[in-house]
Design a protein around this ligand. Structure first.
Ligand code: SF4
Length: 154
């Protein structure tokens, strides 16, 4: 089998540059699962519905944070004000399935993120675990969607 480019691990430590919290970021939107919305709402002391109405927008049937002047609404003084409960998309950066291609990593991720190559060494197993958590979350969402469709008999 072909060796992964991250076979020997990758160093990463967030440098709090907030680059990934501003528009122009590869992904564009910060997408939110129900769990993300519940956690942040709880942290803010508001209901999940209230949080969704106030801070969320929907694009292609997926909830994401509304941007303020193209930045994340929780970016305050260049820092994430909900860092402890930040969404999975933010927690798992830069180890996203779509980033884990040698070319994308070198061309986009490394260039954009000053945390790459610094700090903690993430082993291949740790990276795989982070990737798996995202795939499982997507699968769970898909299963819920299928159940809803079956229930509503669409
Ligand atoms: S939730 Fe926090 S880490 Fe995520 S984009 Fe917003 S400010 Fe950045």
């Amino acid at each position: 089998m072909r060796k992964k480019f991250y076979q020997d691990g990758i160093r990463f430590e967030c440098q709090r540059s907030s680059t990934c919290c501003k528009s122009g970021h590869i992904e564009g939107y910060v997408y939110l699962s129900l769990e993300d919305r519940r956690q942040i709402a709880n942290h803010l002391g508001i209901s999940t519905i209230g949080f969704t109405k106030r801070y969320n927008a929907k694009t292609r049937k997926k909830y994401h944070l509304k941007q303020t002047k193209h930045d994340c609404p929780f970016l305050k003084n260049n820092h994430c004000s909900i860092y402890k409960v930040r969404p999975m998309q933010c927690r798992t950066w830069p180890f996203w399935p779509e980033n884990m291609k040698k070319y994308t990593w070198r061309k986009d991720v490394k260039k954009e993120c000053p945390g790459v190559g610094k700090g903690k060494l993430y082993t291949i197993d740790e990276i795989k675990k982070i990737l798996k958590s995202q795939i499982l979350a997507k699968r769970k969402k898909l299963t819920t969607l299928i159940k809803t469709i079956k229930k509503t008999n669409i």
